[in-house]
Design a protein around this ligand. Structure first.
Ligand SMILES: CC(C)CCOP(=O)(O)OP(=O)(O)O
Length: 347
C-alpha cells in the first residue's frame, strides 16, 4: 500500500529538530535560527512529495513489508525521501529566481516573500547542505553511506548541467527559434529533471535496502529516465494549459523563451505564417504577446496532440516495465507505482 502524504509529512518535524539541534551546536544566533526554520518550512513542505514518497514506497516493496508510519524503518526511508525534498527545495528556490517566477505551490516564490530577496540564494545553499548533515547523522554507519553521498553529488551536478543548458538555450535578450530542437529539449529534460526526480528516489531506496546491484541500477535508469522525460513534457504542457490556481504556479515558459515541449512541437507543425507569429511573439516579457502564442497553440491543437502523445509514451513505459528482470530483487511494481503518481496529472 503506497504511503500517504499525511504519513510522509508526519516525519518532517523530527527532521527540522535534527537541523535546528545542529545549528544550536554552532551557537547560531536566534534570529538566524528562526529564519532557517522558516525557510525550511516554506520551501521543503507543500509540494506533492512524489520524489520523497517514492523512496518509502520503493523501500517497502523491495523489503516486501508494509512499513508502519511509526516504525524506525519507515522513519529512515522517509528521512531519505525528505533529503530529496530538500534537494527539490534547493532547486526550486534557485530556479524561481533564475526564471523570474512569481508563484510556487500557491504562494509567492521565496525570493519574493517579504524581506527575503537575495538572501534566498544563501537559503538555497542551506537547504542543500542540510541533506549532507542529515545523511551524516543518520547513515554514516551504513556501508552504503558513501554511495548515497556520491549519488546525491552526481545527481545534483547532472541537474545543474541540465539547468545550465536550459538557461543558455533560452537567453532572455535574444530570441532565436532556430536555436531550439527536440534533441536539445531531450538533453535538457533528462539532465535538469529526470535524474533527480525519478532515478534518484529509486536508486536511493535500492542502496537503503542493499539491492543496488549494477543490473538493478541500470534497469532503473532505463525506465526512470524516459519517465522523467514524460514528466517534464507534462510540466511544459501544464505551464501553458493548466489553471494556475490548480497548478499552484503561474507559467513563465513562453515569456522566458524556454525550449519547451510545446514550442518544439509547435515548430514541427507551423506553416510560414504561423511561424512568423511565433517569431514575433515568443520569448518576450509581454502578456499580450504571450497570449498570441497560446492562441496559436490552440489553433495547432497541441492539447489534443499532447493527450495522444501522452498515451503513446505511457504505453511505451508500461512495455519497459513489463520486461523488468526481478531476479536481483527489483520489482515491476516500483515503477508502476511511480508512473501512477504522475499519469494524467493536473498539477
Ligand atoms: C518540473 C520539476 C522539475 C519542478 C516541479 O516539480 P514538482 O511538480 O514535483 O513540484 P512539487 O515538488 O511542488 O510537487
Amino acid at each position: 500500500m503506497p504511503t500517504t502524504l499525511k504519513e510522509f509529512e508526519s516525519v518532517w518535524p523530527r527532521i527540522v529538530d535534527d537541523l535546528t539541534t545542529l545549528c544550536k551546536q554552532y551557537k547560531l544566533p536566534q534570529q538566524s535560527l528562526d529564519w532557517f526554520v522558516k525557510s525550511l518550512n516554506y520551501n521543503a513542505v507543500g509540494g506533492k512529495c512524489n520524489r520523497g514518497m517514492s523512496v518509502v514506497d520503493t523501500s517497502s516493496l523491495l523489503l516486501n513489508k508494509n512499513l508502519l508510519p511509526d516504525s524506525e524503518e519507515y522513519f529512515r526511508a522517509a528521512l531519505l525521501g525528505w533529503m530529496i525534498e530538500l534537494l527539490q527545495a534547493f532547486f526550486l528556490v534557485s530556479d524561481d529566481i533564475m526564471d523570474s517566477s512569481k508563484t510556487r505551490r500557491g504562494s509567492p516564490c521565496w525570493y519574493l516573500a517579504p524581506n527575503v530577496g537575495m538572501i534566498a540564494i544563501n537559503d538555497a545553499f542551506m537547504l542543500e547542505s542540510s541533506i549532507y548533515a542529515l545523511l551524516k547523522k543518520h547513515f554514516r554507519q551504513e556501508k552504503s553511506y558513501i554511495d548515497m553521498v556520491e549519488l546525491f553529488h552526481e545527481v545534483t551536478f547532472q541537474t545543474e548541467c541540465g539547468q545550465l543548458c536550459d538557461l543558455l538555450t533560452a537567453p532572455e535578450d535574444h530570441v532565436d527559434l532556430d536555436n531550439f530542437s527536440l534533441d536539445k529539449f531531450t538533453f535538457i529534460v533528462i539532465y535538469k529533471t529526470a535524474f533527480y526526480s525519478f532515478y534518484l528516489p529509486v536508486a536511493l531506496a535500492l542502496h537503503y535496502v542493499g539491492a543496488a546491484t549494477p543490473k538493478n541500477l541500470q534497469t532503473s535508469l532505463d525506465i526512470l529516465i524516459p519517465m522523467g522525460e514524460y514528466f517534464q513534457a507534462q510540466d511544459d504542457f501544464l505551464d501553458a494549459f493548466a489553471d494556475p490556481e490548480v497548478l499552484g504556479k503561474i507559467g513563465t515558459d513562453i515569456q522566458d523563451n524556454k525550449c519547451s515541449w510545446l514550442v518544439n512541437q509547435a515548430l514541427k507543425k507551423v506553416n510560414p505564417e504561423q511561424r512568423k507569429i511565433l517569431e514575433e511573439n515568443y520569448g518576450q516579457k509581454d502578456a499580450e504577446k504571450e497570449a498570441k502564442v497560446k492562441t496559436l497553440y490552440h489553433e495547432l491543437k497541441l492539447a489534443e496532440f499532447y493527450s495522444q502523445w501522452e498515451e503513446e509514451r505511457v504505453a511505451d513505459l508500461r512495455t519497459k516495465i513489463d520486461r523488468v528482470d526481478e531476479s536481483e530483487g527489483l520489482k515491476k511494481e516500483v515503477f508502476e507505482i511511480f508512473l501512477k503518481k504522475i499519469y494524467k496529472r493536473s498539477k
